[in-house]
Design a binder for this molecule. Sequence first.
Ligand code: FPP
Length: 223
Amino acid sequence: MDGNGRWAQARGLARTDGHRAGEHSLFEVVEACDEVGVGWLTVYAFSTENWKRPKDEVRFLLNFNQDLLVRRRQELHERNVRVRFVGRRDWRVPKRLIARMDETIELTKDNTGLTLTIAFNYGGRAEIVDAVKLIMASGVPAEKVTEALIGRHLYDPSMPDPDLVIRTSGEYRISNFLLWELAYSELLFTDTPWPEFGRDALMVALAEYQGRDRRFGGVDGGG
Ligand code: FPP
């Protein structure tokens, strides 16, 4: 959900106003995913690197995420959305925010519609490090380490690898998002800043995805 800050600054607004505008895009995209039958949507809400931002913006983002959960979880629940989180639950994440996350997971856990995974205090390298730590602590011998084993120790082993990754706002980087999981994902970069990304932009992205030829390292027709 990149480009909130720049979108706001370009309009003479505070960066934090950009994040507020981003909430609208998020819900439009959730609704559109639901409508077209996308089963899993994962959004990058706060990275392990975002702590480096000015203190005021970090404080705003923590409060904003918490507040958004409280204000909108009932609506997500009514939409049959199952909410989950991936990321490190370390000392930097306020306990009250963790409590709101857990309440939201619990409220929506039996929903059968879209799974909305919120990557919070998430880093792709951190996720791999955390998986390796768990594996080593379990005493698995080196020769038993496989890709499947690592996959089972990621933050949410039930999350399928993404088919499509969309990065908004004209940046052509992965920026530590789902590094393990996106090995064969289609990547789509758009100049549209997140606050202007909505239903229509998602449909354009999905149409482009449908035109891609996915071979997963094989050849066409190779089964
Ligand atoms: C990136 O824009 C966006 C963020 C760091 C956070 C966006 C968060 C939300 C829209 C709320 C999500 C909350 C939940 C609970 C899902 P940026 O500040 O990096 O923009 P810039 O690249 O223009 O500076």
